[in-house]
Design a protein around this ligand. Structure first.
Ligand SMILES: CC(C)(COP(=O)(O)OP(=O)(O)OC[C@H]1O[C@@H](n2cnc3c(N)ncnc32)[C@H](O)[C@@H]1OP(=O)(O)O)[C@@H](O)C(=O)NCCC(=O)NCCS
Length: 177
């Protein structure tokens, strides 16, 4: 049986629709499925959605949203990655790797040189394994009351071969995703 659940038979696709209903299919109806409610932040919904289906049921998701950012005073754009989720019964089988790889293939066509995500500290080793790097500095993000320091970890990945992360102050010029 385990072979049937290996990533082999799964395919990640761009989704035409991703609402609370689809998120519930993956994560159930929890109040805080991402474990970030303590941070008290307002988040933006993602625009482009990628998912994996098993027998018609959505079992994994990653979302993308292009956002303005200031890096060392230069205003540019990044692709924000968020809403990464895998159904609890299918975790540890490479579905996050699969859905993120498909989302990032698309992100590479969107223009920005970098992808970013925000995550809880325990997830840093997982994303590191998938090629993301921690930004070891404060990152400001917009909230209703103005810019605040992001309390979660910020990680980035190159969307082009030659893209390093520039040195300097980082301010996301929008709510986080
Ligand atoms: C986080 C989450 C998406 C991971 O999904 P998953 O399908 O179990 O992840 P994968 O099986 O694809 O694992 C990805 C890689 O990380 C590795 N990994 C997993 N846990 C790890 C850890 N603690 N340390 C290092 N690497 C780890 C895996 O081995 C795998 O690498 P490999 O393909 O080289 O073996 C899933 O646990 C989830 O939905 N959690 C709840 C929602 C959430 O918190 N989302 C994150 C929002 S930022």
């Amino acid at each position: 049986m385990a072979d049937q659940l290996s990533p082999g038979p799964f395919t990640a696709l761009q989704l035409t629709r991703y609402t609370k209903t689809e998120q519930c299919q993956i994560l159930g109806d929890s109040d805080d499925p991402f474990g970030v409610a303590d941070a008290g932040l307002t988040w933006l919904p993602k625009k482009d959605h990628f998912g994996v289906r098993l027998d018609g049921r959505l079992v994994a998701h990653a979302g993308l949203l292009k956002l303005p950012i200031s890096i060392a005073g230069d205003i540019t754009e990044v692709v924000g990655v968020g809403g990464v989720a895998v159904a609890p019964d299918l975790r540890g089988r490479g579905l996050a790797r699969l859905v993120l790889a498909t989302a990032l293939d698309h992100a590479r066509t969107m223009g920005p040189r970098h992808g970013i995500l925000f995550c809880r500290p325990p997830l840093v080793p997982l994303y590191d394994r998938l090629g993301w790097r921690v930004l070891e500095q404060d990152v400001h993000v917009e909230q209703h009351e103005g810019p605040v320091v992001m309390p979660l970890r910020t990680m980035w990945t190159a969307l082009r071969d030659d893209a390093n992360w520039p040195t300097g102050e980082v301010r996301l010029l929008s709510y986080p995703m």
